[in-house]
Design a protein around this ligand. Structure first.
Ligand SMILES: C[S@@+](CC[C@H](N)C(=O)[O-])C[C@H]1O[C@@H](n2cnc3c(N)ncnc32)[C@H](O)[C@@H]1O
Length: 265
């Protein structure tokens, strides 16, 4: 079975098992769609009439919120069951959403320069080469378009277990290129999914090399000092699980990015 087939199956099962990642947008969230999507003010004040791609974002959350906020929405995901949530919620809320089953590293079904915003929740860990994903996004985003993405941090993916003194053990090498091994501490891993570690030079460096400028970067907190060992919030106090990046598509020519800004006389 290829990594994509395995991930499609794993996410179909997670959707059918009502995973927290397949939770649909609630009425309360739909009453404040932009605030729900973006508490940091990274999005424009209004997305009305903008073309938004919710990438690897099946589950009936992001797509519904953007559509309620007046955007023209396309949602792409590998899992049919995750997309069924979007389909069902769009029908219930009478929203017009384009739904496409595809892999994030092949967006050839989408026209070049056809989106103002690409919003991608945690998902790049499911493909081996993040560069291919960034290249696809750079192609479909319009000039000055916004790319908001969240990723698993490499250190978090290196953790394999919690030892007897409740310390988190790094057991996977930083340069591990193959699918990640199954681990005992599954707090931030999905059962059955094939995942890959992307180093910082790939998460951030490849983004810059694909023609994006990073405008902000945060590490969403999942830790709680009161959490007991064994709870994901305990681990979250020691290892930051995620990074969230706001980037903008700018057509910076390659030679400009490589030449120094200031040349001494
Ligand atoms: C963490 S969920 C994100 C969705 C959810 N709405 C959220 O934010 O909570 C990750 C999604 O990535 C999708 N996925 C995994 N591999 C993919 C691929 N190669 N191409 C597109 N989507 C993929 C899964 O099917 C799943 O829906």
């Amino acid at each position: 079975m290829s990594y994509q087939e395995a991930n499609q199956k794993a996410w179909d099962q997670l959707a059918l098992a009502n995973s927290q990642f397949a939770a649909v947008a609630t009425d309360a969230e739909c009453a404040q769609p932009l605030l729900t999507l973006d508490k940091r003010g990274w999005l424009p004040g209004s997305v009305k009439g903008l073309d938004v791609l919710c990438l690897a974002a099946g589950g009936g959350w992001q797509s519904i919120l953007y559509a309620v906020a007046g955007a023209r929405v396309t949602v792409v995901d590998l899992s049919e069951e995750m997309l069924n949530r979007d389909r069902e919620q769009a029908r219930l809320r009478n929203l017009d959403i384009r739904i496409l089953q595809a892999s994030m590293n092949d967006l050839s079904q989408l026209e070049a320069a056809s989106f103002d915003i690409v919003h991608q929740p945690v998902s790049t860990c499911y493909v081996p080469k993040i560069r291919e994903v960034y290249a696809q996004i750079a192609r479909v985003l319009r000039q000055r378009g916004i790319y908001i993405s969240q990723h698993k941090q490499p250190t978090s993916l290196q953790v394999v277990e919690r030892d007897t003194r409740n310390r988190y053990v790094i057991g996977v090498p930083y340069y591990h290129g193959d699918p990640l091994p199954a681990v005992r501490d599954t707090a931030y891993r999905e059962p059955g999914a094939v995942e890959y570690l992307h180093r910082w030079e790939e998460l951030v460096g490849e983004l810059c090399r694909a023609g994006f400028v990073i405008e902000d970067l945060v590490e969403p907190r999942r830790g709680d000092p009161k959490a007991k060992p064994g709870n994901f919030k305990h681990r979250g106090m020691f290892v930051a699980p995620y990074v969230r990046i706001k980037a903008r598509r700018l057509n910076v020519r390659e030679e400009e990015t490589r030449s120094p800004i200031w040349v001494p006389e």
